[in-house]
Design a protein around this ligand. Structure first.
Ligand SMILES: [Zn+2]
Ligand SMILES: [Zn+2]
Length: 157
């Protein structure tokens, strides 16, 4: 079997461009602008990592020097997820979730069961095979998200 050709993922829109859309969305939902919400959004744009709610609290403090309580962060995360602006990844033990911006090019994930580290990958061959499997089963694919759970290189040492 040939080695998979994985490609790096990238954002499909900048924060400034997206912010305009985001504010319009809030108006259409009759919601007030909230600086806190915008900071959380900005954080996901700036550090395109996979963050737990606790990490969001921490990074907001580190990056922007603002303090938002964990309960508020959870509320904001759940709103952003509902709006499909971020998405969550469930760890195999299901005790915690990680969130990431949902505005990146399509990719799938490897997640370490020990340290929770998340690695992104995209492989066109794998994508094609999934299409074929779906077709064979009479399925029209609308979306997919693959997570491979295991132990990462660091934790195996
Ligand atoms: Zn995929
Ligand atoms: Zn990702």
């Amino acid at each position: 079997m040939k080695k998979p050709q994985t490609q790096p993922t990238k954002l499909t829109i900048s924060y400034d461009e997206y912010l305009i859309k985001f504010r319009k969305l809030l108006v259409s939902l009759k919601l007030n602008n909230s600086t806190q919400r915008e900071y959380v959004l900005k954080l996901f744009f700036e550090c395109q990592e996979h963050l737990t709610a606790d990490e969001v609290v921490l990074k907001l403090k580190q990056k922007f020097n603002i303090t938002i309580g964990i309960a508020t962060v959870y509320r904001i995360l759940s709103f952003l997820e509902q709006m499909k602006i971020i998405k969550s990844l469930t760890l195999e033990n299901e005790t915690s979730k990680k969130y990431e911006i949902n505005l990146k090019t399509h990719h799938d994930h490897l997640i370490c069961n020990e340290c929770g580290d998340v690695i992104e990958f995209y492989d066109s061959e794998l994508e094609r095979i999934q299409e074929l499997i779906a077709q064979e089963k009479g399925f029209v694919l609308t979306n997919h998200h693959m997570i491979l759970y295991g132990i990462c290189e660091k934790c195996r040492r």
